[in-house]
Design a protein around this ligand. Structure first.
Ligand code: AMP
Ligand code: GLY
Length: 424
């Protein structure tokens, strides 16, 4: 089987590496890929948002199966377009991907089907949104409706901040069209846990829990990023919590999507907050998370490709999925300045001396065969261990030999806070 992976970050490197171990996979292609992925896959310089170009590539290369990893091409209907060409693709179609690409759709779905989440209201009028903030008081969370690369969420401690956030989204269009509708939510507290589930439209299998670290600096300070590190499992995700989430959140969500005529196939990502009133959904994503995938997939025993095929074919119920009991930690090494401005093109050294698994994100391989930085998040270093503490220690140890100019990483990955209180 020839498999084309769409995307080019650490998540896609982790997927490519797992698929390269599958007996059924003879060749891997990737668009656009990155320096590390180019070691195990043929990479094509086509952006993940270039839907026509990707369809053409799949046809031209006779791809047997396509894995669509990032949010944008899912929302833009790449899976639908490939299906029309007779090419099976892993990931939800555009209708089902709306569970991520429209927060108002997701919130209304949860309300309709009684799935626990923060109270909310949706506005496409600036004046009404501001009236609502004045009536409710703060803290409140203001979210733009559409995709905003994880940056369209503002936690507001004062009415003044909330008004400024709404104006930045609705009249200054800081997030473009994504912000023309806003969701205003009750502020929740409690530890955050992520659970990714494989889904085939009818049936769902949760993967081990994980947690990413979204802020740029230690102790959850600084701006939100795509994720500076992750751990798996989350120590907060006890068996009781798991049972509750399965019954009250995961299965009802899958069922709701089916009832709405949007059966969900692919990876359904549940961002959860364990509030004093029980677990609630913070967000859904319609795909593997990044960096969560970099801690989850190294724990998967067995064949990722057959699981992906089963999700597409609706046969997930027949598949055994087995996980290592090891804990896992991923440390992201980022360019200095990320998520703001940063310089690229710096030489990366020490990659061969690193003891863990090195997933490439923003890297490029030069004609001389050297790796240089080419993005904000440059590398994800993953290590396993008997315990979380061991995995964390191993990941930091593994990263030690690696160097590039202005390299930045958090020193506190795996140190978890009980509440999100001090974020406001
Ligand atoms: P989202 O993109 O919706 O996951 O939001 C990004 C981050 O904002 C989450 O991981 C939480 O830390 C925080 N957040 C989002 N919604 C809420 C809420 N209703 N209450 C408290 N924190 C929130
Ligand atoms: N790590 C969060 C995400 O992938 O959206």
């Amino acid at each position: 089987m020839k498999v084309l992976i769409v995307g080019g970050g650490g998540r896609e490197h982790a997927i490519a590496q797992k698929l390269s171990q599958s007996p059924a996979v003879s060749e891997i292609l990737c668009a656009p890929g990155n320096g590390g992925i180019s070691e195990i896959a043929q990479c094509f310089d086509i952006k993940a948002t270039n839907i026509d170009g990707l369809c053409q590539l799949a046809v031209d290369t006779d791809a047997d199966f396509v894995v669509v990893a990032p949010d944008d091409p899912l929302a833009l209907g790449l899976v639908d377009r490939l299906a029309a060409l007779g090419i099976p693709a892993f990931g939800p179609n555009a209708d089902a991907a709306e569970i991520e690409s429209s927060k108002s759709f997701a919130k209304k779905l949860m309300k309709k089907y009684g799935i626990p989440t923060a109270d909310f209201a949706v506005f496409d009028s600036l004046d009404l949104a501001i009236d609502y903030v004045n009536e409710k008081g703060t803290p409140l969370v203001i979210k733009c409706d559409g995709l905003a690369q994880g940056k369209g969420v503002i936690i507001c401690n004062t009415v003044h901040e909330a008004e400024a956030a709404i104006k930045s989204m609705m009249s200054d269009e800081v997030f473009g069209k994504s912000g023309s509708t806003v969701v205003i939510e009750e502020y929740m507290t409690g530890p955050e846990v992520t659970v990714l589930c494989f889904a085939d439209g009818e049936y769902l299998v949760p993967m081990p829990s994980s947690q990413d670290h979204k802020r740029a600096y230690d102790f959850d300070q600084g701006p939100n990023t795509g994720g500076m590190g992750a751990i798996s499992p989350s120590p907060f995700y006890t068996e009781d919590v798991e049972a509750y989430c399965h019954e009250k959140i995961f299965l009802p969500t899958l069922q709701a999507m089916k009832m709405e005529g949007r059966p969900f196939k692919g990876v359904l990502y549940f961002g959860l907050m364990l509030t004093p009133d029980g677990p609630k959904v913070v967000e859904y994503n319609a795909r593997f998370g990044d960096p969560e995938t970099q801690v989850i997939l190294p724990r998967l025993r067995g064949d990722l490709f057959s699981i992906m095929q089963a999700c597409v074919n609706g046969t997930l119920r027949d598949i055994e999925i087995d996980w290592s009991t090891d804990a896992s930690c991923c440390l992201v090494l980022a360019s200095g300045g990320y998520p703001g401005q940063y310089t690229t093109g710096y030489k990366i050294t020490g990659l061969n001396e690193a003891a863990g698994t090195v997933f490439h994100a923003g890297t490029k391989k030069t004609a001389e065969g050297e790796f240089v930085t080419a993005g904000g998040r440059v590398l994800g270093i993953t290590a396993l261990g008997d315990s979380l503490a061991e995995a964390v220690k191993n990941a930091y140890e593994a990263a030690k030999p690696i160097y590039f100019k202005d390299m930045h990483f958090r020193k506190d990955i795996g140190k978890l806070r009980e509440t999100s209180e001090d974020m406001i």
